[in-house]
Design a binder for this molecule. Structure first.
Ligand code: UGA
Ligand code: MN
Length: 313
């Protein structure tokens, strides 16, 4: 065998041995930590604390594409039994969308641990804001849900965003990923149909020859823009030029109030989703359940997985 071939073989062997010695134990360590409690010598709570601190193992790599305007999604949410399942559905949808930034705006005083860890694990670029609904509205029978949160999201946009498009996404709706690509090219305000799981079936702009000529909605109620919150998106540069744009604490009139404050006319509205012929977002609602009580301490003895699960729900 020629001498240079022997050298190549020897170098390759050394390389392989080094890789096995260095990389394999690290991978093994990673796998065993992601497997949760396994070794009886380490307390499950310590494992949980370590994994929450490291938070290295993301459940996704966010998609990146050059030269795409960023999409900012303002998602109001609030603590309740359905919150993490809703967040799971929503973030996993967003994982298919490139150049996305999620603004989670929670109606609560303090952070919800499970939301915080889920967001980090999701790998989706995000910020996590907290703002409470002012108590005078919270006492009302019909509450302006998600308004304080959206206002906080808009403040964040004013301070941090310069280009791109933003969209208000309720945490319990159902989104077809095509809607996100549609709204990316919004110049001022884009509009599109929202499927309703109700008698009227849809809330949509009426479009003729590529222009918005009216609105179809089960509840018009004197609104100039009878649109669903999920039925429009706004260009960031345009928004930044409207310092008075805001959302009123007025149940049922939040969308109309916001669009009026933007100073748009029906002529400015850009119909998307093939001239509003596709339904790519649905206003769904999840059945309300009682409050989460969690696992009792009695159920979760210290040396089983229950002691970990008690902390992640
Ligand atoms: C509909 C609209 O889609 C909302 O955008 C609008 O704010 C609401 O009506 C209204 O006018 O009251 P709906 O499905 O009936 O929404 O309401 P929810 O989904 O319960 O709430 C809207 C958003 O606010 C959700 O993202 C929810 O997580 C959040 N929310 C709800 C809070 O932040 N705090 C609450 O106390 C309740
Ligand atoms: Mn909803």
């Amino acid at each position: 065998m020629p001498r240079c071939t022997i050298r190549v073989v020897v170098l390759t062997l050394i390389g392989t041995v080094c890789t096995v010695l260095l990389v394999y134990p690290a991978r093994l360590q990673q796998l065993s930590s992601s497997a949760g409690y396994r070794s009886s010598s380490v307390s499950p709570l310590k494992i949980l604390a370590d994994s929450q601190q490291k938070n290295k193992e993301c459940i996704c790599e966010p998609l990146k594409k050059e030269n795409l305007p960023p999409l900012y999604i303002i998602m109001p949410t609030y603590p309740r039994a359905e919150q993490i399942p809703e967040l799971t559905r929503f973030t996993q949808t967003l994982m298919h969308v490139p150049n996305i930034f999620l603004i989670v705006s929670e109606d609560s005083k303090k952070p919800t641990k499970a939301v915080e860890s889920y967001l980090v694990e999701s790998g989706i670029p995000h910020t996590y804001l907290r703002v409470e609904m002012p108590s005078k509205y919270n006492k009302m029978k019909k509450k302006p849900r998600g308004v304080a949160n959206r206002l906080a999201g808009m403040d964040w946009i004013r301070q941090n965003a310069r280009t791109g498009v933003f969209y208000f996404a309720d945490d319990d709706n159902t989104y077809d990923i095509r809607i996100f690509e549609e709204i990316r090219t919004t110049k001022k305000v884009s509009v599109f149909p929202v499927g309703l799981v109700a008698e009227r079936a849809v809330s949509t702009p009426v479009v003729k020859d590529g222009k918005v000529t009216g609105f179809y909605d089960g509840w018009v109620a004197n609104r100039k823009f009878p649109l669903d919150m999920a039925g429009f998106a706004v260009n960031v540069e345009f928004f930044l030029k409207q310092p008075n744009a805001t959302m009123p604490y007025k149940p049922g009139y939040e969308e109309d109030g916001f669009l009026l404050s933007l100073g748009v006319t029906p002529d400015d509205l850009e119909p998307k989703a093939f001239n509003c012929t596709k339904i790519w977002v649905w206003h769904t609602q999840t059945k309300k359940n009682g409050p989460l009580k969690g696992l009792s301490i009695m159920d979760s003895s210290n040396d089983t997985n229950l002691s970990i699960l008690r902390h992640v729900i």
